[in-house]
Ligand binder design. Structure first.
Ligand SMILES: [Zn+2]
Length: 70
């Protein structure tokens, strides 16, 4: 995937390990929102991952990716 330069200021590409398939995947995070939690499907195994991100002054200070109990 190519980085899109004009979106750099608001979206941060973050790499992490999927809690289901342990593949390294990336997700675009919005660094203008200080704290958010949402569900996003893994691009490899398509399982739903609960993603939590915490930004302080546009810097990512905390990130969690958890599996969702079905
Ligand atoms: Zn996966």
């Amino acid at each position: 995937m190519l980085s899109i330069f004009f979106s750099f200021m608001v979206m941060l590409e973050h790499y992490f390990t999927c809690p289901y398939c342990w593949e390294s995947i990336s997700m675009l995070l919005d660094n203008s929102i200080s704290k958010q939690t949402y569900i996003e499907d893994c691009e490899v195994c398509c399982n739903p991952i609960q993603v939590s991100s915490h930004f302080l002054n546009y810097e990512l200070i905390a990130f969690q990716a958890n599996s969702i109990e079905q």
